[in-house]
Design a protein around this ligand. Structure first.
Ligand SMILES: O=C(O)CCC(=O)C(=O)O
Length: 303
């Protein structure tokens, strides 16, 4: 498989991406300027500064990153109980999404966490601007014996230049049997990407190929009690999850992109309930730029 990648292919792919991104940036330059300006004025907690090492492209979240976390966990566990017997959507056999909220009122406790000062600080610091919230997913992964789809190592959206602020938070205790989200740091992943040579082959990569370039000990698994979790740039760090061999896993995933990579504004919409909760908070309006009447909302299938 590796031998088929042409040596110059990566360079060609990068050049095309660079041109396309520059064109998109041009389309959104006013909003981009506002996002960069407001980024400088965000409320910040000193202990969260430099949480993400840019070379490694990940960071472990401090315990109780936000005061909103306990209510979010309670909400997620309640949803799990309510949906236990409901038919699952998408990837039903190995990683069912039990909640995919699009509006504040669909999951107030989750949005209070996702839109907390602390989460927005970490997400924005990594991307250098107030980013766009792309999607929110609550997964309740049952025991299974599959090894397919996002259970295989992959990079989200397969782009050389894409940067993604992704958060993965265990909503219940997760051990090594529960199919934890598992990833390789950015520097190790970059080495593997270069060896593969083209992004076209990095959507699903068998373990055997990955471990030709690194050791199983290089992987990091998000194991821990409810509330533990990590920030992982899943477009730079190879990752997989949902290999649940015993028990089950309840995981909250949400992610942000820079506006130049999300010109359509993500899958979440602002509603009256959002306005009532956040008023005219400009930072949060930029994080969820589309109103519920907008027609531009896109699907997001990054996982
Ligand atoms: O933990 C998992 O189920 C994998 C999720 C995944 O691939 C992703 O969030 O991009």
């Amino acid at each position: 498989m590796l031998a088929t990648a042409l040596p110059h292919q990566a360079a060609v792919e990068k050049t095309i991406e660079r041109i396309r991104r520059a064109a998109r940036s041009l389309r959104v330059r006013d909003s981009q300027a506002e996002r960069r300006r407001l980024f400088q004025t965000m409320p910040r907690k000193p202990e969260l500064n430099n949480l993400i090492d840019r070379k490694l492209a990940y960071g472990m979240l401090p315990e109780r990153i936000s005061e909103a976390l306990p209510a979010a966990i309670k909400f997620a566990q309640q949803v799990r109980e309510e949906r236990r017997n409901a038919p699952a959507k998408k990837k039903a056999d190995y990683n069912p999404t039990i909640l995919d909220p699009k509006r504040y009122e669909d999951a107030p406790a989750l949005f209070d966490l996702i839109l907390s000062d602390e989460i927005l600080q970490v997400a924005s610091d990594y991307l250098g601007e107030i980013p766009v919230l792309m999607s929110v997913k609550l997964w309740c992964t049952p025991q299974n014996d599959h090894l397919k789809g996002s259970q295989l190592f992959h990079l989200d959206n397969q782009k050389w230049l894409l940067r993604r602020s992704k958060f993965l938070i265990n909503m219940d205790d997760v051990d090594s049997d529960c199919g934890p989200f598992t990833f390789l740091p950015g520097d190790v992943s970059e080495r593997i990407s270069r060896a593969i040579g083209t992004m076209k082959l990095q959507g699903r990569v068998p373990d055997k190929i990955i471990y030709e370039h690194c050791k199983p000990e290089d992987t990091i698994s998000l194991i821990g009690k409810a509330g533990t979790g990590g920030f992982v740039d899943s477009s730079r760090c190879f990752h997989f999850g949902a290999r649940v061999r015993k028990g089950e896993r309840l995981l909250l995933q949400f992610n942000f992109l820079s506006l130049a990579d999300a010109v359509h504004g993500g899958t979440i919409v602002r509603t009256k309930a959002f306005d009532e909760r956040f008023g005219n908070d400009r930072i949060r309006q930029l994080v969820i730029p589309n109103r519920d009447t907008d027609k531009t909302v896109v699907q997001d299938d990054e996982d």
